[in-house]
Design a protein around this ligand. Structure first.
Ligand SMILES: [Cu+2]
Length: 689
């Protein structure tokens, strides 16, 4: 009998080899990676959203509700100053495979680290043009994708790049657009089944949004799906005929798609219409702005869409990544998809067909005929995570609620363009059934003005700024996926939901980075805080978790956020139960009130923009001068800025890098100003007799 066994064995092996060859030929390029991406992450964290669902839910539970209090720093690594300066945000999700961590900074530089020690193994310095002038909201890269032994990412200069994972050497580089024409890439791509899916940003520069699918092996573009339909195509009837808005109406893709291999769909959401605040010339619903979209993941063929905001004039991007989840509703198993909007609602749909899963009602909304406002807007059944009405403020005649209208006089509206939920992801925990939704509480004064399209220039048709002295804060909310109602909610002193993030685990925990430098662990079911650790830099990125040799780690990029004003840095932290690294001193906290900060410089008539490597800052922010003084603003930064009165009654106009503009102040008074393209920048001129 033994003889028979020995004879049979080689035959069986040969048959097995033939079978696996049959499976491989004409099939997946990296079947192991595809298989891992189809399940919740455990030992490794292989794609931006954890897996193809973007749930950011890890099955690891060594660190859990009973021991998380013992979590300490395992290591902290500084990334050699990459992405440290004031123009950068550090929002990337690290990836980990086989004990090596890969991280990308706001300068598109990539580092490979020993995930156990933090030691740098190799570096890729992007060398991107430091004069890119079409970056709307800070220099940023939200992360990498991985497959076939390569790392993939999009750069601000619109190159999609593949690096060899072992060496960090470039394998291929494909420009999918030109930054000079208003395009940039900030989102992490998705890898699956031999393809790379990349979004593109530029909704403030009159672009034509699209999802681009590239061949992972060669970088060749396989297909594009435009978020703005061409003349005669489905959806083109939602734009005014005979205009070219369909080719420059925005609808950027800010986020990493999700993918359902069984249904064969790739899913993503789109950003605001352009020009952002001027709806006058683009009558209609304006598809596919601010929409959730499903495409055939192989061919890019349209499957379904759901528009969250019709004829957007509020900069209400859908910017947070979509999340896929399976649920049971009324006893029926359902395939869900959800996304946290800038409106403050979570939109929950059936991902097979794009129909609301819990209910979304079209309701009449206020009208402004000059803005060609939509007659109705979708109102999800359930709770919003942030207030949806602005509080009155002195100096502003009108304070309105969501979908409130405005024209050429500033009107206060909440939520404003920052959200609700902006770019930050929304994790989903299948054990609790909760979505964890970061939110921003911030009111803007909206105003419309006319704008002319010029290739590669800002094209927004108005502006919005948080009024000087107005409060800014945040919320962090567990939303029950079965009801879209609040299970628990934290009020946070600082804005979150812009670029920060969170992650959830089978250990019953939610980990959340904070702009004040803390990383916190919360009880996933109750929200109770169980642990916190001060990293020393703004912790405004999504944490991840991974395991090496049986030990679980939690890691997060800490480098601050240029929009939130949190402390800049270039660090990656990892934590474990056996860690020995102590916390750092708290950095300066981010502002909680809108307006210029810092001491008043008396007798100073020169203001530098982008001074001291702080791109989005006037320096000094506050000056005191005598009536009749001429003030000079000089742009020493990297992008065009302005000094524009808060109420828009004076304006320097564009000040390019290296340029200066002057204004003379004859009348005594208190003059607050902002930067028109970056209305989160504030300055003050006090004029005395
Ligand atoms: Cu500016």
């Amino acid at each position: 009998m033994r003889f028979m066994d020995e004879r049979c064995a080689p035959v069986g092996m040969a048959l097995g080899a033939v079978l696996s060859l049959l499976v491989l030929s004409g099939s997946a390029a990296d079947p192991d990676m595809d298989r891992l991406l189809r399940q919740s992450p455990g030992k490794d964290w292989l794609t931006n959203g954890g897996d193809l669902t973007n749930q950011r839910y890890s099955t690891l539970k060594q660190i859990n509700t009973t021991n998380v209090q013992q979590l300490k720093g395992a290591w902290m690594t500084r990334l050699k100053g990459s992405g440290y300066a004031g123009k950068y945000s550090f929002e990337a999700t690290p990836l980990v495979k086989d004990g090596i961590m890969y991280i990308i900074t706001g300068n598109d530089d990539v580092f490979a680290l020993n995930a156990r020690t933090g030691e740098i193994l190799w570096e890729y310095w992007s060398g991107i043009n430091q004069k890119i002038s079409t970056i709307c909201c800070g220099w940023d890269n939200r992360g990498l994708a991985m497959g076939e032994g390569m790392l993939f990412f999009g750069q601000l200069d619109t190159n999609v790049v593949a690096l060899d994972m072992k060496t960090g050497k470039v394998v291929w580089k494909t420009p999918i657009e030109q930054w000079e024409h208003g395009y940039t890439i900030t989102s992490a791509p998705l890898y699956y089944d031999g393809m790379i899916y990349s979004g593109i940003s530029g909704g403030e520069f009159g672009i034509r949004g699209r999802l681009t699918a590239l061949d992972a092996k060669t970088g060749e573009i396989r297909w594009r799906w435009y978020t703005l339909p061409g003349a005669g195509e489905f959806g083109s009837e939602t734009w005014l005929p005979g205009t070219d808005h369909g080719s420059r109406g925005g609808a950027a893709i800010w986020n990493t798609p999700a993918l359902d291999p069984e249904l064969g769909h790739v899913y993503f959401v789109t950003g605001n219409c352009g020009p952002d605040y001027d709806g006058a010339s683009r009558e209609g619903d304006n598809l596919f702005c601010v929409s959730m979209v499903a495409l055939d993941y192989k061919t890019g063929k349209y499957i379904w869409h759901f528009q969250q905001v019709h004829h957007d004039i509020w900069d209400y991007d859908a910017a947070s990544p979509v999340v896929l989840f399976d649920t049971v509703i009324n006893g029926q198993p359902r395939k869900g998809i959800a996304e946290a909007g800038r409106t403050g609602w979570v939109y929950i749909l059936d991902r097979t067909n794009g129909q609301p899963l819990i209910g979304i009602e079209e309701r009449p909304v206020p009208q402004e005929p000059r803005q060609k406002t939509a007659k109705t807007q979708p109102f999800p059944i359930g709770d919003a995570t942030v207030p949806q009405c602005a509080e009155p403020l002195p100096g502003y005649p009108e304070a309105r609620c969501i979908f409130g209208v405005f024209w050429e006089t500033p009107v206060l509206i909440q939520p404003s363009g920052g959200g609700g939920t902006n770019w930050a992801p929304m994790p989903y925990n299948p054990d609790t059934g909760y979505f964890y939704v970061p939110g921003m509480v911030r009111t803007s004064a909206f105003v419309r003005f006319g704008d002319t399209f010029k290739l590669g220039k800002r094209y927004v048709g108005g502006t919005q700024a948080a009024p000087i002295g107005s409060p800014m804060s945040g919320t962090f909310t567990a939303i029950d996926s079965k009801t879209n109602k609040i299970a628990w909610q934290h009020q946070t002193p600082y804005r979150i939901g812009s670029g920060g993030g969170s992650m959830t685990t089978a250990g019953g925990l939610v980990f959340r980075g904070e702009p004040d430098g803390n990383v916190r662990a919360l009880e996933a079911r109750t929200g109770e805080e169980l642990w916190r650790f001060q990293t020393g830099f703004g912790a405004e990125a999504p944490p991840i978790t991974y395991e090496i040799d049986g030990e679980q780690y939690v890691a997060i990029a800490t480098g601050g956020n240029s929009l939130n004003g949190s402390a800049h840095g270039d660090a990656v932290w990892a934590f474990s139960l056996t860690g020995q690294v102590q916390a750092l001193w708290p950095p300066p906290p981010p502002p909680t009130v809108a307006g210029p900060t810092g001491p008043i410089a008396t007798g100073v008539d020169k203001v530098e923009i982008g001074e001291n490597n702080m791109e989005y800052r006037f320096g000094p922010g506050r000056i005191r001068i005598k009536a009749g003084t001429t003030v000079t603003w000089t742009n020493v930064g990297a992008t065009p800025h302005t000094a524009t009165a808060e109420k828009f009654d004076w304006d320097t106009g564009d000040i390019g890098p290296g340029e200066s503009k002057t204004l003379t102040f004859n009348e005594p008074g208190n003059y607050y100003y902002i930067c028109k393209p970056h209305p989160w920048m504030y300055g003050q001129v006090i004029v005395e007799r």
